[in-house]
Design a protein around this ligand. Structure first.
Ligand code: IK2
Length: 455
């Protein structure tokens, strides 16, 4: 049977080349091939999750890397999913393309209450494949060739490749840490944008700014004053705002999450993005949503109808039931949105204490289920760790830590542009949305590490 060049390549990669007779040497075929990769993918092939999730799986280390809970979603959500699978047979079929009717209705009710805005379920809500899906649609639908998109560093890494894949140009502005000081732990709230620097990034070509509060990886919750500075600039320069709020329930120490869309004049220019995976501790359900004015959302619907068209019906039904419960219990002690942050604050504090025992300096996160820790003292003691050419120090450090100390984290330089990576290569990110047994396993590893340091 004849095999196509791509099949031959796959077989040869699998080490089964002897099974097939090549008509011509492989390198000749490759030479003849047209440019394979679409140019818009240039510079977007590296991905920290692919690399570090693989490393975590290959090593028997305590996984505090990627952001997912290792405990079950709440029982009411799991039961809702079971019901959706075993109940109404029509839930096995397509539902409305832009969102299952009961789900868009409850999302409109729930978020309308929070945003103090009357939301039309059919025109102001779009259900997507996770928050990733919502982000992708936003960039594809609204960013054009040559448009500039302002991204606040550190940033959830996909904003940069998504801007580039849409033909846009990312323009970065970094949150600045306060000067280092000994003693008291710093808070993520101490990291600030310089308003003048931010203002200097807006040009006539600026199409949008991406904000993420609470911020992954830093855990910063933007204050009303900080959001107002951003909102003023958006209004002044007629700029859109993509507001990634997937961690909106996860805020600690009496912090309050504020949606930028709720500020005067911002609803009309803002897309507010959420994730059922983060909201109900079910990242594998991969369901998200985007809220916004019809004048923006209609273009995201165009991308959706011409690409994925639809999200899984049963997952949408289960998320609908979960939100129905949360709307009923809104603000009450039994609400999952009240209980989860309470439980996570304890886990955060546990991790903050543990990491300090070996001289790591964590930054106290105001929100999310991540914290970053300063590894400068290790960088001074062990400046030359193995790694590939040009690899950032924090990435080498994490690889060393996985192999030698049995702990997985994520290098924070992965959340910075290439220009800034060098300045922020002395932090690593840990995830604390973990069972207490996982945190205890972390403690064992840290105790061993402490002994090694004292030896
Ligand atoms: N936006 C932010 C800020 C996210 O953190 C995520 C999920 N990332 O989690 C991986 C990690 O940081 O370890 C998303 C969007 C995507 O959310 P979803 O899973 O709903 O697509």
């Amino acid at each position: 049977m004849l095999k196509s060049p791509s099949v031959l390549m796959v077989l040869s990669q699998l080490g089964r080349r002897s099974e097939v007779k090549l008509a011509r040497p492989l390198h000749q075929m490759v030479k003849m091939a047209k440019q394979v990769q679409a140019r818009r993918l240039e510079g977007t092939d590296k991905n920290p999750w692919v690399e570090f999730v693989k490393l975590a799986n290959e090593n028997e280390a305590v996984n505090l890397g990627q952001g997912f809970p290792d405990f079950a979603p709440p029982e009411f959500s799991r039961e809702a999913f079971r019901q959706a699978v075993s109940g109404d047979i029509m839930l096995n079929q397509y539902t409305r393309a832009f969102g299952h009717p009961p789900l868009v209705k409850i999302l409109a009710q729930f978020f309308g209450k929070l945003l103090e805005q009357e939301l039309d379920p059919l025109n102001n809500v779009l259900v997507t494949v996770g928050a990733y899906g919502a982000l992708f649609y936003a960039f594809q639908a609204l960013v054009d060739e040559g448009d500039e998109v302002i991204i606040i560093e550190p940033y959830f890494d996909c904003y940069e490749p998504m801007t580039k894949m849409a033909g846009g140009r990312p323009v970065f502005v970094a949150l600045q840490p306060p000067p280092a000081h000994d003693g008291q732990l710093m808070s993520s709230g101490d990291w600030k944008l310089d308003p003048a620097e931010l203002a200097s990034k807006f040009t006539p070509r600026t199409k949008a700014i991406v904000i993420n509060s609470p911020n992954n990886p830093l855990g910063k919750v933007f204050s009303r004053e900080e959001l107002e500075v951003i909102a003023n600039l958006c209004r002044k320069h007629d700029v859109l705002c993509f507001s990634d709020e997937v961690y909106q329930w996860l805020v600690y120490d009496e912090q309050k999450h504020i949606s930028i869309a709720s500020l005067p004049g911002m609803w009309e220019r803002t897309l507010t993005i959420g994730s059922a995976g983060k909201t109900f501790s079910a990242t594998g359900w991969k369901l998200g949503w985007v809220l916004g004015p019809d004048r923006l959302l209609k273009h995201l619907r165009t991308v959706h109808q011409n690409s994925l068209y639809h999200c899984p019906t049963q997952a949408q039904e289960a998320v609908f039931s979960s939100f129905e419960r949360e709307l009923r219990l809104f603000g009450q002690p039994d609400s999952y949105f009240v209980q989860l942050p309470k439980a996570l604050q304890k886990k955060r504090d546990h991790m903050l204490n543990s990491l300090q025992t070996i001289g790591l300096k964590p930054i106290v996160p105001q929100g999310t289920y991540f914290l970053i820790a300063d590894i400068s003292t290790f960088k001074k003691k062990m400046p030359h760790l193995p790694g590939s050419e040009g690899e950032a120090y924090d990435s080498r450090f994490v690889k060393w830590m996985i192999k030698n100390k049995g702990l997985v984290a994520i290098p924070v330089s992965a959340f910075y542009s290439s220009e800034q990576k060098k300045c922020f290569d002395h932090y690593i990110r840990f995830c604390f949305v973990k069972n207490d047994s996982t945190l205890d396993a972390m403690d064992d590893k840290l105790q061993q590490w402490k002994k090694d340091l004292e030896a």
